[in-house]
Design a protein around this ligand. Structure first.
Ligand code: DP6
Length: 333
């Protein structure tokens, strides 16, 4: 292999879980304790360029223009998985940027590791295929396994100790049910407790954790059926219930994990008002204060107008559903 031409660029979009992932059955292989179901967004992108360069002594990682030791260590360990498969030890230069706020509850780790997996696979000419890339993306971040695919996606927890059955599969293409997501940004900047640390704390110290885990298979079945039948009412019911149950687990964690701010609650209240008026919308919230309003086609402008008027909402991002991670023309990110 001529390692000095080993470069590629990939792009990936964040996804939003409708049935939530919170907790692991194995931390080393990053195996989720339960399955999850998500939608991949179209309007927000991570773009990542990877160049395996024999002239380098160490991996050189720049995320949004910044070099950070902890991130570099994570990315290096992730690239080691690809180097092992390619039987090379060439170090890489990685440049990655997001066109949306990093670490603010918009799942930048999902699109980040999905883009990195696809770029590394192409740069090393591994040709691993989407299912293997989903398994590998999972090692970087559980939610990243889902961003390998577009549209509606289900992640399997699997039962095998080696994690080979823990990967995502596409359920329905983005254009088969063109929902729109309006993200209400209620705070800027990175969250105080990462999803990884938060879920570890809940698993260890939330009396509700086990009870919540037992509800996931039924929620997954209900959400999967709702997607297959394009039944918005049913998807709304199960998604809001899954989200609120996860936040109940978080709140019961000792010490408590409270990711919401007053504007988060005001957005929930606003969406409930829209629902009473017959508007096709429901909310979901991850490990942060932003509120994601999932809308039927045609409802998003009314929803955006209502959320814009909620006190404490700083900005809105509207996105349709989009494609999975993919290679793009090879220019530096
Ligand atoms: C609340 O995928 O970021 O967004 O696997 O530890 O990297 P790690 O966690 P991560 O957790 C996402 C948690 C969530 C719910 C979800 O996306 O399913």
């Amino acid at each position: 292999m001529t390692a000095d031409t080993s470069q590629a660029t990939a792009t990936a979009q964040p996804n939003i879980a409708l049935v939530k992932y919170w907790g692991k059955r194995d931390a080393t292989l990053n195996l989720p304790a339960a399955g999850s179901l998500s939608i991949t967004l179209a309007g927000l992108h991570t773009r990542t360029h990877v160049h395996f360069d024999p002239a380098l002594d160490a991996d050189d990682v720049a995320l949004n223009g910044a070099r950070d030791t902890a991130q570099t260590r994570k990315v290096s360990a992730f690239l080691d998985l690809f180097r092992a498969r390619a039987r090379v030890d060439t170090r890489a230069r990685v440049t990655s940027s997001n066109d949306f706020p990093t670490g603010a509850g918009l799942a930048s780790s999902a699109s980040g590791f999905a883009a990195l997996a696809v770029a590394a696979d192409r740069a090393l000419r591994l040709g691993l295929g989407a299912r293997n890339l989903s398994r590998l993306a999972r090692r970087g971040s559980g939610s990243a396994a889902r961003s390998i695919f577009g549209g509606f996606v289900e992640m399997s927890a699997g039962t095998r100790a080696d994690g080979e059955d823990a990967f995502a599969t596409p359920l329905l293409a983005a254009d088969a049910w063109p929902l729109t997501v309006v993200v209400a940004i209620t705070a800027r900047g990175a969250k105080s407790i990462s999803s990884r640390a938060g879920m570890e704390a809940s698993q260890r110290a939330s009396p509700f954790y086990r009870a919540w885990l037992a509800t996931v298979p039924e929620d997954l079945a209900s959400a999967r059926a709702a997607v297959q039948a394009r039944d918005f009412e049913q998807l709304a019911r199960v998604s809001e219930a899954s989200c609120l149950a996860m936040h109940a687990v978080m709140l019961a964690t000792r010490p408590a994990l409270l990711y919401w701010n007053p504007a988060t609650v005001a957005c929930i209240d606003c969406i409930r008002g829209l629902q009473r008026d017959g508007i096709g919308v429901f909310f979901t919230i991850d490990a942060g204060p932003q509120v994601k309003a999932v809308c039927l086609p045609g409802a998003s402008s009314r929803v955006a107008a209502a959320l814009r008027g909620v006190g404490g909402v700083q900005d809105l991002v509207t996105s349709t559903l989009g494609a999975g991670a993919r290679v793009v023309p090879d220019t530096a990110a």
